[in-house]
Structure formats: C-alpha cells, structure tokens
Design a protein around this ligand. Sequence first.
Ligand code: HQG
Length: 182
Amino acid sequence: MQEFFAGDALKSMSKFLSLILRHKPQIVGIELDEHGWADVAELIRRVKGLDLATLEQIVATDEKRRYSFSADKKLIRANQGHSIAVDVELEELEPPEVLYHGTAERFSASIRAQGLLKMSRLYVHLSNDVETAEKVGRRHGKAKIFLVASGKMFADGYKFFRSVNGVWLTEHVPPKYLKEMF
Ligand code: HQG
C-alpha cells in the first residue's frame, strides 16, 4: 500500500517537474539557461516536498526517461517536449524510413489539410512504433495514427532530431508525407 502511494506521489511530482522544466519555470520562480538546464539546488529549494533523493528516483525511474542530470548532477533538464525556446542540443540524425504520429481523430481533418504542426511545442513529436504513437494519441481522445514518410522527407532536405530519450522531432510534416493508418 505504502509503495502504491509512494509511486503515485512520485508520478505527480514528475508531472509537476515536466511543467516546470518544459513550460513554466516561473511558477516556482526559477529560470532555465539557454540549454534548458535548471539548477538542482535551487529547484529543490523552490519545490515543496522535493529533495535530492526524490529527484534522483524520478530521473532514474521515469517511464519515458523525460529528464537528465548534467554530469556533475548540479543541473537538470527535460530531454524534450519544451514549449519555451531552449536548445537542448538535440542530435541531428537520419531518421528511419517511416515514423508514426499519434493524435486524436478530431484533429485529423486539420492535419490532412495543414500537415503536422508543432502547435505549442518547439517540434512535432514522432514515435518509432505504432504502439507508442497510439499511447500519445490516446492522451487527446480517440487515437488516430498517421504514418510519416520520414525517409522521403530526409531525402528532400528536412531535418530530423532524436532526443536522448528516443523521441524523433522535426519542425513540420507537410500533408504529402502523411498517410492515415487508422
Ligand atoms: C495535434 C508526450 C490540428 C497533434 C507525448 C497533437 C509526446 C494538430 C496536438 C509529446 C495539427 C499537440 C508530444 C494540425 C498537430 N491541426 N491538430 N495541423 N498538427 N496537431 O501534446 O505530439 O508524456 O503538443 O497531433 O508522449 O501529442 O509529455 O503533442 O495531438 O512525445 O513526456 O496537436 O508529449 O510526452 O499536442 O505530444 P502536444 P503530442 P510526455
């Protein structure tokens, strides 16, 4: 029972960290540097209920490996997913031939017309496999999966990046590179 509560509390804290480290550091009165790093000591001071052991546990156990420490553990940042303009030094890479994007059915007409837009984030997020894309899509409603012709896009000069936790990112996917799967 205790473990259940511990896990649950950890998950809430991880979500709160995501808000701070990707979107709104100002809500706890901290700033991120240009590479998205927050000072660990300051973060702990500002976030009620957070200590180093908890932070270490979140970084080590988060199911999507959302966060990384700097080598000396004095800094922490989110690996991807930001809406604020930071440069997390993403790796620019040739993508696999196809990638997947999970969304909600209600967005599909607009996506067919405009392609995939980054909306509030810095990049469009793409998944390596259908299962992951489905989970991403379900966050928004009834899942809809688009197949992305990433190999073709790359050949046509589009840039792709992979975050250290394995999420593929690109700035825009025009409609001609998309195919609806289901
Ligand atoms: C949709 C989670 C209408 C897009 C996930 C998505 C991911 C359009 C929504 C990461 C559109 C934006 C990102 C268009 C795109 N018209 N809707 N032209 N183009 N959209 O949350 O990809 O758990 O910003 O399909 O796992 O859902 O937070 O992006 O439905 O990796 O770590 O606009 O967030 O990771 O939603 O999710 P989001 P996303 P975490």
